[in-house]
Design a protein around this ligand. Structure first.
Ligand code: SRM
Ligand code: SF4
Length: 586
């Protein structure tokens, strides 16, 4: 244990992890208890490591309370899908499970390239785990104080490079999986996972994590420049592919990114990752393990608000952290290679890969796959996956921006796939601003939401679209993101325009990131309503239309025009980040 934690009362979760006996807790007993829809209190923490969270529908809370009923408990489950790649067989199973074992009949693509189900009743959790296992999917370590789903650029345009880089994301994910047999025992009655991920594991043996796992969640992304679709610098650990002469030679490694913060608490802050240096590909797993183990040893286990790797690095200093990783791994970092990122979001429509296959990126607003009166995303994607099976080719790739790529389609089947997408509303004409939006789930399922996000962002974007059109800016891209609280699940602090929920209908409003994910934005107005936001955007966009330089993004413009100063890339203790112009009602 680090000196940081000595002689101090550890956070309650540390006790829960210790008592859980390598993530077993009393999950089996909680599942068997049919007197309540809930899990026992400690188990509600332990189940996160198994990929699921207890929730209740907040829209129904007061009604249920008035009826003296317990909240309508159900579970959100998040799958582990490294790099976001799913086969058509997997997609069809995922689709069927949504109908048969969840109350919401929807699939929710997340900001970390996987999918979630909401509204799983307790008796359905185990059947759902087993159904996913039949198609080699699992939710091991999708949440909890462990390395979570590993992201990777999903677009296989330069197929051989993407395949190789993608394989690294799978290897990192599997190398850093917890080894406890609790997963097989609880969900598969002791059988092995069909994918083989638990094959060589031993009972009570966690060589990388130890019995109390990490102090806090830990996230990893692999980027392929010039695309920064995975927002690599917002991750605890990042690998930036270095390609020379059309070959992957290694990775620039970054550490200490994160978005989460708490309103008004300057000891918490978003941070972009620090560069550690370049490594050869063959050293990837050793370095990944080293970064994780240094965080395991040095991270704060007393205060969970100060426990992410970003705080450990700021406390230790980058040099000392790098040296500790080098010592563990027995590998020296070389100086980082130059890299340039040119875009943060996804590119929509068809692209042709070097191997002649075609890839269609679809905009899925806020990742919600559901059939409604206006569009039938769920049905359309099911038919596309069925078509892939009949043609014997193709896969579905979730992006880090809550979208989906229909990948590896041969030329002769392009038009059939496009026909299905068009017929089900999957290729709507939308503005450039909307294409670059994301909103987190927030209400009604997220227990931490202070304001709406997914259910409100589409309306706000329509109003912003009108302003853009008024100033002739409809072709201009702006990265705009919203979350229902400052935990930052849609990475709002890395957006050119960010909205972060403060209370019902009220948002903190951020400006000034660079549109490629290498500079954070800054608080511009605090606790403001829609009208204040639109009035402000109207006047800033009017200036932008007149005064911008050629190819200047909105985030760069507001900084150059002196609307606010640029945030330093790696703010220390939040100084720069929180010094916005506070004109809200606070
Ligand atoms: Fe998140 C907690 C949803 C990506 C930072 N996040 C939650 C919970 C589980 C709420 C809770 O703890 O009870 C949310 C569940 C809502 C629901 O009903 O589904 C939730 N987070 C999401 C998703 C689904 C948002 C989305 O709309 O796609 C994303 C799932 C990602 C995945 O597949 O693994 C999601 N969360 C993120 C990201 C973005 C990223 O990782 O790239 C962040 C910011 C990056 C970071 O981690 O710093 C993020 N989520 C948080 C935090 C703040 C962590 C911190 O350091 O303070 C919390 C709260 C916590 O951990 O205490 C949180
Ligand atoms: Fe919930 Fe906040 Fe994350 Fe949105 S940002 S999903 S409101 S925790």
């Amino acid at each position: 244990m680090s000196d940081n934690n000595k002689n101090q009362k550890l956070a309650a979760n540390e006790g829960i992890k210790t008592r859980s006996n390598f993530l077993r807790g009393t999950i089996k007993e909680s599942l068997a208890d049919n007197t309540t829809g809930s899990m026992a209190e400690d188990d509600q923490q332990v189940t996160k490591f198994h990929g699921f969270y207890q929730q209740d529908d907040r829209d129904l809370r007061s009604e249920r309370k008035a009826q003296k009923l317990e909240p309508l408990y159900s579970f959100m489950l998040r799958a582990r899908v490294p790099g976001g790649v799913a086969t058509p067989e997997q997609w069809l199973a995922v689709d069927k499970v949504a109908d048969e074992l969840t109350e919401y009949n929807s699939i929710r693509l997340t900001t970390r390239q996987t999918f979630q189900y909401h509204g799983i009743l307790k008796p359905n959790v185990k059947p759902l785990m087993q159904a996913l296992n039949t198609v080699e999917l699992d939710s091991i370590a999708a949440c909890g104080d462990v390395n979570r789903n590993v992201m990777c650029n999903p677009n296989p345009i330069a197929s051989h490079i993407h395949q190789e880089v993608y394989q690294w994301s799978v290897k990192i994910s599997e190398h850093l999986l917890p080894e406890t047999r609790a997963f097989c025992d609880i969900w598969l009655d002791g059988e092995e996972y069909k994918s083989g991920v638990q094959k060589h594991t031993k009972e009570g043996h966690e060589p990388i994590y130890g019995p109390t796992y990490l102090p806090r969640k830990f996230k990893t992304a692999v980027a392929v420049p010039p695309h920064n679709d995975v927002d690599v610098y917002t991750n605890d650990m990042g690998f930036i592919a270095i390609i020379e002469n059309d070959q992957l030679v290694g990775f620039n490694v970054t550490a200490g990114g994160g978005m989460g913060s708490t309103h008004g608490d300057h000891e918490t802050y978003p941070r972009l990752a620090s560069d550690l240096g370049f490594i050869k590909s063959e050293d990837t797993l050793k370095i990944a393990e080293g970064i994780l183990v240094v965080q395991r040893n040095e991270g704060n286990r007393v205060d969970r608000k100060n426990a992410r790797l970003k705080y450990t690095i700021d406390r230790m200093g980058v040099e000392a952290f790098r040296a500790a990783v080098e010592e563990y791994a027995g590998i020296k970092f070389e100086p980082a290679k130059p890299v340039t990122f040119t875009q943060q979001g996804d590119r929509y429509g068809w692209v042709e890969g070097v191997d002649g296959n075609h890839h269609l990126t679809l905009f899925i607003e806020n990742g919600r796959i559901i059939d409604t009166d206006t569009h039938q995303f769920k049905t359309g994607l099911r038919l596309i996956a069925e078509k892939m099976l009949t043609i014997g080719q193709g896969d579905l790739r979730m992006t880090a921006n809550q979208n989906l790529i229909i990948a590896n389609i041969p030329t002769e089947h392009k038009s059939e796939i496009e026909g299905l997408a068009q017929a089900h509303g999957l290729m709507p004409r939308i503005s450039k601003v909307r294409e670059n939006t994301m909103a987190c789930v927030a209400l009604p399922t997220c227990a931490l939401a202070m304001a709406e996000a997914e259910r409100y962002m589409p309306t706000l974007v329509s109003k912003v679209d009108d302003i853009m059109a008024k100033y002739g800016l409809s072709d201009q891209e702006i990265v705009m993101r919203m979350t229902g609280c400052p935990n930052g699940c849609a990475r709002p602090f890395a957006a050119e325009v960010g909205f972060v929920g403060k209370g019902p209908g009220k948002y903190n409003y951020y400006l000034g990131a660079d549109g490629v994910g290498t500079r954070l934005n800054k608080l511009y107005m605090e606790n403001v309503d829609e009208q204040t936001i639109l009035t402000s955007l109207d006047s800033l966009l009017a200036r932008y239309a007149k005064e911008r330089n050629a190819d200047e993004g909105f985030g760069d413009f507001v900084v150059r025009a002196g609307v606010l100063s640029a945030t330093e890339n790696r703010p220390v203790r939040g100084q720069n980040f929180h010094d916005g112009i506070n004109v809200g009602q606070a």
